[in-house]
Design a protein around this ligand. Structure first.
Ligand code: FAD
Length: 460
């Protein structure tokens, strides 16, 4: 059978982060007895999800992953509909009318909760809000109250390191990056001198990755302060170090830092281990953080000791994990913040398959893992979808023109791959004028305006 005679599988993918784009790529590359037509819907005017709006601006190597993602979008076989939000602009019924199946790759974009007294005080922030601000996300306020001289960061994962680094790093050292202009201006004026990072468990139980941890010690004019009392506490550390290369390197980094001379830098990052946040202090705004000393429980966890300490800080950032958001008409696990699934196939409360609905990326397995992991994730989901032919939806309106018609009839000003090229070129040109990689356009309307979608220029 020639390629043109083969039946067409029409797939909608919702979410144009790495998981969505990798899923599209794998669908196109898979061995299959049918043609594939893919429409990628994204609530933001630009693609790439957390690669654009999560990865820190001073991680250009990681940001460079967009080049590979861009090649997939440019392949000409995927239609991109940006500025289209599932749940408001399009619904599950719409998708059933036009496609054989949908893959949700909507990620996790809000902060997991931390239920301690004082969490609601002024000056207590979720890391995701701060990250969105410094990465120029169009849907968060343009300004950030960076008036604190000392801040606490709760968490021992890479996001905590990003937040601490962005707070402590001298703004001039961010200038060559794609940090947005309004963010740079705010950071230059920041009076911060001390950032305290708190982790519940010990230095060998952290979730940092070595590369990101090492980076902290390379910041100009920033001392790293460690407390000797946090080391050699857990007898199982030696065993952990002997069995994990990652922990071995982390231990080496921390040991080297402990022997460094400190006292000359104008800013400091303090790493506190065995410290469980118990209460954020303050009456109308944050004035401190109360932590309980913990001790190892012998099983990789820690228990409270009843000994409390207070740290005067003007702001608290909780970096205790991200959390997925429910999608209208799609099963959702409130506890884990994911679409419940088996190998990417959505399942309902009764543990039954929800035909035609698939998940991949952080919304499938929770907000852990690096960008690379979303590729293996997508592979599993795509295999499942391709093997389920008898369960696909039978769309009543499979016509490819029906989608742009529907969006236009609803007054939705969607962006396209060609529009993204225009915005990308615009941002790069702004950057070039200042010897920078790019200068991001932040307001949504301006992003859409520059993308200026021609309604008919999409490949079909
Ligand atoms: C602060 C931070 C820093 C990170 N740094 C690194 C790093 O340095 N290196 C690394 O490898 N990994 C890093 N990661 C992890 C990496 O970002 C994730 O592994 C990856 O982005 C997950 O991909 P995803 O496609 O599942 O989700 P996302 O990247 O979040 O993409 C989901 C997309 O879905 C869209 N969407 C959501 N809801 C809807 C809706 N209703 N309708 C339409 N579209 C919707 C979103 O706008 C988004 O574009 C970092 C993560 C965070 C949070």
């Amino acid at each position: 059978m020639s390629e043109r005679q083969k039946p067409v599988l029409r797939v909608a993918i919702v979410g144009a982060g790495p998981a969505g784009i990798y899923a599209a790529d794998l669908l196109l590359k898979a061995e299959r007895p049918f043609q594939v037509s893919i429409d990628l819907f994204e609530q933001l005017p630009a693609p790439y999800g957390l690669v654009r709006y999560g990865v820190a601006p001073d991680h250009p190597r990681i940001k460079g992953i967009v080049n590979a993602l861009r090649d997939v979008l440019d392949g000409g076989n995927i239609r991109f509909f940006g500025n289209v939000r599932f749940g408001t602009d399009i619904t599950l019924d719409d998708l059933k009318r036009h496609y054989n199946a949908v893959i949700f790759t909507t990620g996790a974009i809000r902060d997991a909760e931390l239920d301690i007294p004082g969490i609601e005080l002024l000056g207590s922030f979720g890391a995701s809000q701060f990250v969105s601000w410094y990465d120029g996300h169009p849907d968060v306020p343009r300004d950030w109250p960076l008036d604190h001289t000392s801040a606490a960061v709760i968490g021992n994962g890479n996001v905590a390191l990003d937040v601490a680094r962005m707070l402590a790093k001298h703004a001039e050292d961010l200038l060559p990056t794609e940090v947005p202009a309004n963010v740079y201006d705010r950071l230059v004026a920041s009076p911060i001198t001390d950032v305290h990072i708190f982790g519940r468990r010990g230095p060998i139980q952290v979730r940092f990755t070595p590369l990101e941890l090492r980076e902290l010690g390379e910041l100009r004019d920033v001392d790293i302060i460690l407390d000797d009392a946090d080391f050699g506490v857990d007898e199982s550390d030696e065993r952990s170090i002997a069995t994990s290369k990652q922990l071995l390197v982390i231990n080496r980094i921390l040991t080297e830092w402990r022997s460094r001379e400190t006292g000359r830098a104008s800013r400091r990052i303090h790493l506190h281990f065995y410290s469980r946040p118990a209460e954020i202090l303050g009456s109308d705004r944050v004035t401190g953080l109360r932590v309980e000393r913990t001790a190892p429980d012998g099983e990789g966890g820690a228990h409270g000791t009843g000994e409390f300490r207070e740290f005067p800080v003007d702001a608290v950032y909780r970096a205790v994990g991200y959390f997925g958001s429910p999608l209208d008409g799609v099963p959702f696990d409130d506890r884990r913040g994911v679409i419940p699934n088996r190998a990417g196939r959505a399942i309902d409360d009764e543990d039954e398959r929800v035909h035609g609905v698939y998940a991949s990326g952080w919304i499938k397995r929770g907000p852990v893992g690096l960008i690379g992991a979303t590729k293996s994730d997508a592979m599993e989901t795509v295999q499942a979808l391709l093997g389920d032919q008898s369960e696909w939806w039978s769309p009543s309106e499979p016509d490819t023109d029906a989608i742009p018609r529907m969006l236009e009839a609803r007054g939705i000003r969607y962006t396209t791959v060609q529009g993204w090229h225009r915005l990308d070129a615009h941002e790069r040109a702004l950057g070039e004028a200042q010897q920078r990689e790019r200068v991001k356009v932040v307001p949504r309307e301006e992003m859409v305006e520059i993308s200026d979608p021609p309604a008919t220029a999409q490949p079909t």
